[in-house]
Design a protein. Structure first.
Length: 591
């Protein structure tokens, strides 16, 4: 397929507000695509080279793109920068200059040729890499038509934003084969275990959905979507719904799935911990995936020697990374633990904030998947697999059918400074996502003053200019929303409950995320539109007194008296709270 054809589809997608129409357009595109190119088409339509866990990123800043555009069309850098400030869109700048220069249409390139060139530019490193990146982008700009260069200028700098995610791709694959979403469930189940939607699309093209979704097992090095807890109002209801349960401590740390393989002769790029050793079977393969599916193993130097604490050749463990205060000899809070995710001064941070990993589940070991195994059996295997009690700690658990035991454990854990407890059905399977009454959480929200039974993880959508004292902060209120499939719907504006430092921190995080127009997947009442829109990148944890029905907020519900608890750097917008989860909270508060 010529890239120009893909660009025409991308333009249609950009102009289409309806999610169902977007799904149909993608289905038509995928049907036209060859098996040899659909993986690349899927990834480019999502504005990426590969899923985040593969650590293949563009590394192309706006400055590099501006320089590439100037070189391609014989313009001065400052003139192109001036035009960009006026247009506010690199794609429009490149397209306009292409039209002015190319009176004769270039021959064009195929999708795979474009993908290969973008990947080569992204992987350039070392001395002279900037110049080579510019040269690679220039090659694309001078060999493509004005519509195509519009998207070439946007994709590498993260400005494609067509308003859909992996979930819509799954819908479209079902629509491609069936003309409806009837097979989405099969695709979702496969995706939960191997969340590479481009690879899944390729397999669907090869063998169809039924065969492509069969026999999917966890693979060391590929993140499984984590299992998540639900919300239930009382311990009595927990026992009524789940029967016999495990009661475990709830830690305020960073969810991490550790992937370990003792003998791994292949070198996989992206890890500074691993070194290339030809034909050395002692090389260890280690990955640490967050809930966002990002590999953060390079930031956790403690894991370099994790193999000596594991009785297995290969294993996937579900854990919570907890920062420790060496002086106080106690667990650090969430924000302190999150400092370990920094890309710089890693060894220094490892000394000041050492980590331990509370291990609470095992998903895979030595070629066998445990996802369908009862939880009590998985815990038995887990205890036999982990040999350490300092770096890797198997969390304590009490088995009960008594609601009062849950209450007692909850109170004790709160006194210890923990968040509360997680209650798990005794024999539950490991099912990714937040489904059914298998895991539920019971935690104290925002110390003792929050009245809602749980917090809500919201996406920051925009903000209003500050007044009075807040002029110095650069913002007053900020608008937040929750997910409804790929759409983000408003639930509240937050303007109180923040310290001065939190106001400054939020403004710092929002700087550079501002966009001139409302993102197409934002559903916002005109009455609530902020002074500045921002891209959907920041997730914040919000506590509130109650949830009320709202004709103004597009989620249909509103958080009353909201306040910021913390920034959720461990979550991206796709892992934010959903409208359906807010509705469940609303029902819980009403009893």
């Amino acid at each position: 397929m010529k890239f120009k054809i893909l660009a025409e589809y991308l333009l249609d997608l950009e102009r289409t507000p309806s999610r169902i129409e977007i799904t149909k357009i993608l289905a038509e595109l995928f049907k036209k695509a060859e098996t040899s190119e659909i993986e690349e088409i899927v990834n480019l339509s999502l504005g990426q080279l590969a899923p985040s866990f593969k650590s293949i990123v563009f590394n192309i800043a706006e400055k590099i793109m501006l320089h590439s555009i100037a070189d391609a069309y014989g313009k001065e850098n400052e003139n192109v920068a001036k035009l960009y400030r006026k247009e506010g869109d690199l794609g429009n700048v490149a397209s306009r200059l292409s039209e002015e220069k190319n009176k004769i249409q270039p021959r064009g390139l195929t999708v795979n040729e474009v993908y290969t060139a973008l990947k080569s530019a992204a992987e350039e490193s070392g001395e002279g890499s900037i110049e080579r990146k510019i040269s690679g982008i220039k090659y694309l700009l001078t060999n493509l038509d004005p519509l195509s260069v519009k998207f070439i200028a946007r994709i590498p700098v993260g400005k494609l934003r067509l308003g859909f995610s992996d979930k819509t791709i799954l819908d479209a694959l079902s629509w491609m084969e069936e003309g409806d979403k009837s097979k989405k469930g099969k695709l979702e189940k496969a995706y939960q275990v191997v969340p590479d939607v481009g690879l899944l699309a390729k397999k669907v093209k090869e063998v169809g959905i039924d065969k492509a979704s069969q026999g999917i097992k966890p693979v060391v090095g590929v993140p499984v979507l984590p299992m998540l807890p639900q919300r239930i109002k009382s311990p009595a209801e927990m026992i009524a719904k789940m029967g016999k349960v495990f009661v475990e401590p709830k830690f305020d740390g960073l969810r991490v799935l550790i992937h370990y393989k003792r003998s791994h002769p292949e070198f996989i790029s992206g890890s500074k911990i691993l070194k290339r050793v030809q034909d050395d079977r002692s090389v260890e393969f280690i990955r640490a995936f967050t809930r966002n599916l990002n590999n953060v193993v390079d930031m956790f130097s403690e894991l370099k020697g994790v193999g000596k604490h594991i009785k297995a050749n290969e294993v996937i463990l579900d854990t919570e990374a907890i920062g420790m205060d060496p002086e106080m000899k106690m667990m650090a809070n969430f924000q302190t633990t999150m400092q370990r995710r920094r890309k710089y001064n890693i060894e220094e941070k490892a000394k000041s904030i050492p980590l331990k990993f509370q291990v609470f589940d095992i998903i895979y070991k030595d070629g066998e998947s445990f996802m369908d195994m009862p939880y009590n059996k998985r815990r038995e295997i887990l205890k036999k697999t982990i040999t350490d009690d300092k770096l890797l700690v198997v969390d304590e658990a009490i088995v009960t059918t008594d609601p009062e035991v849950i209450n007692r454990e909850y109170r004790e854990k709160i006194k210890m400074g923990l968040e509360g407890v997680v209650v798990k059905k005794y024999d539950t399977k490991y099912i990714p996502g937040r489904t059914g009454w298998r895991w539920v959480k019971m935690k104290m929200e925002e110390k003792s003053d929050a009245k809602l039974s749980d917090t809500v993880d919201c996406v920051v959508m925009g903000y209003s200019a500050g007044k009075g004292k807040r002029v110095s902060f650069g913002l007053g209120q900020f608008l937040v929303g929750v997910r409804d499939n790929d759409e983000i719907k408003t639930v509240t504006k937050v303007g109180t409950g923040l310290t001065d430092d939190q106001f400054r921190e939020l403004k710092k995080r929002l700087t550079g995320l501002e966009v001139k127009e409302k993102p197409k997947n934002y559903l916002v009442n005109k009455l609530l539109e902020p002074d500045y829109w921002v891209q959907p990148e920041i997730v914040v944890e919000i506590a509130a007194d109650e949830i009320t029905k709202s004709p103004t907020h597009t989620a249909g519900l509103a958080l009353r008296f909201p306040r910021l608890v913390k920034f959720r750097d461990d979550k991206d917008p796709e892992r934010a709270t959903t409208v359906s989860e807010v509705k469940k909270l609303y029902k819980l508060q009403r009893g």
